[in-house]
Design a protein around this ligand. Structure first.
Ligand code: GAL
Length: 342
């Protein structure tokens, strides 16, 4: 190295140290719930109400790209964003994979409408990536599911339209693919009073007429599903809009129910308010038998773009499930917990 390159190197190190330049990919070794998370370009990750797809060794995180002013709890639709990662700590921005449709005021994706909780699943029969989302009018009276499809996980997705599965309202929602390849939509229905679980068609593009009504009149929303040791688990929130409330976890032997409520899985400070956050998805760490990440959104209702992510480990100990608060953690925490096997 000559004197000029040494000066250059020191200047770059100084800029990274001062936070002027983003550090390179691979920089995040921990998950820091509630803090600003930057992507590999150094921009805050913008993927709210999101979900993850693990496909061919890569994690894809899809979410609501919330940009601009929040007015009366609503923000214009920009689209669904996608980020990719090998380790779920360092995320590369892949762009807006389902953009708003600006030139048609009647379109579901016009900026004046609402687009929430997008989730993407892969259909191995058709080779297509299928997105389901909550599609709304500005006053939340539409209560529909919207479906989009793509040949690639990074889009673009083609929007197919919206409908009410079995003519039932569909608001907060997620989709889940079981080990046998069958897929299901979980959605808050009947004005959010009851959770519907609906089997999807083989191509995952529509609902079948097989569905069950669950948690009747219990007003549960923000569903996040996972399967562990042959049992199905469902994390939900109560219905208090953008304000936090207490989470609940339920268990079932069959995905269509009956579901049995276990209680609040969260432990630690502010566990009764889900750490000021709301569930959105659960993702298993690939190749690790008992390692699941519970994903929550900490909504900032006056500035939705600046809502934060709270991701925490799900711990299993002697049949007891907990989601303990952590300031900062990585996947080592699973091995430190005796109940979780790798
Ligand atoms: C919450 C819901 C969010 C959003 C919000 C609007 O209950 O979980 O996804 O719809 O209401 O107030």
């Amino acid at each position: 190295m000559n004197a000029k390159s040494i000066i250059c190197f020191l200047a770059v190190m100084f800029a990274i140290f001062c936070g002027i330049m983003p550090a390179q990919a691979g920089a995040n070794d921990f998950i820091t719930p509630g803090k600003v998370w930057n992507d590999t370009d150094g921009n805050p990750i913008n993927a709210h109400g999101g979900g993850i797809l693990y496909h061919n060794g890569t994690y894809y995180w899809y979410g609501e790209y919330k940009k601009g002013e929040t007015q009366d709890g609503r923000i214009d639709i920009t689209g669904v964003s996608c980020y990719s990662s090998q380790d779920m700590m360092n995320w590369k921005y892949e762009g807006i994979v389902l953009p708003a449709v600006k030139d048609d005021v009647n379109h579901d994706l016009h900026p004046s409408k609402v687009l929430e909780r997008p989730k993407v699943i892969y259909n191995s029969r058709t080779g297509k990536f299928v997105m389901w989302a909550h599609v709304e009018s500005a006053d939340y009276s539409k209560a529909c599911a919207g479906v989009a499809v793509s040949d690639s996980p990074t889009g673009r997705f083609t929007y197919l339209g919206s409908f009410r599965p079995n003519d039932a309202m569909s608001r907060d929602q997620t989709v889940f693919v079981d080990d046998d390849g069958r897929a299901y939509q979980f959605a808050s229905s009947e004005n959010n009073a009851t959770m519907y679980i609906t089997e999807l068609t083989d191509d995952y593009l529509r609902s079948t007429n097989r569905y069950t009504r669950n948690f009747i009149d219990k007003y549960r929303e923000a569903p996040a599903v996972f399967k562990h040791n042959g049992k199905y688990y469902l994390i939900t929130s109560g219905c208090t809009g953008w304000d936090p409330n207490q989470a609940e976890i339920a268990v079932a032997d069959s995905i269509m129910g009956p579901w049995h409520t276990i209680g609040n899985p969260c432990t630690g400070p502010d566990a009764d308010k889900t750490f000021y956050a709301q569930s959105t998805y659960v993702q298993q760490v690939a190749g690790k038998r008992d390692c699941y990440i519970a994903m929550f959104d900490r909504w900032n209702k006056n500035d939705l773009e600046n809502s934060r992510y709270v991701w925490l480990p799900i711990l299993f100990d002697n049949g007891k499930i907990s989601i303990p608060w952590q300031e900062k953690w990585n996947f080592d925490c699973y091995t430190k917990n005796s109940g979780n096997r790798n």
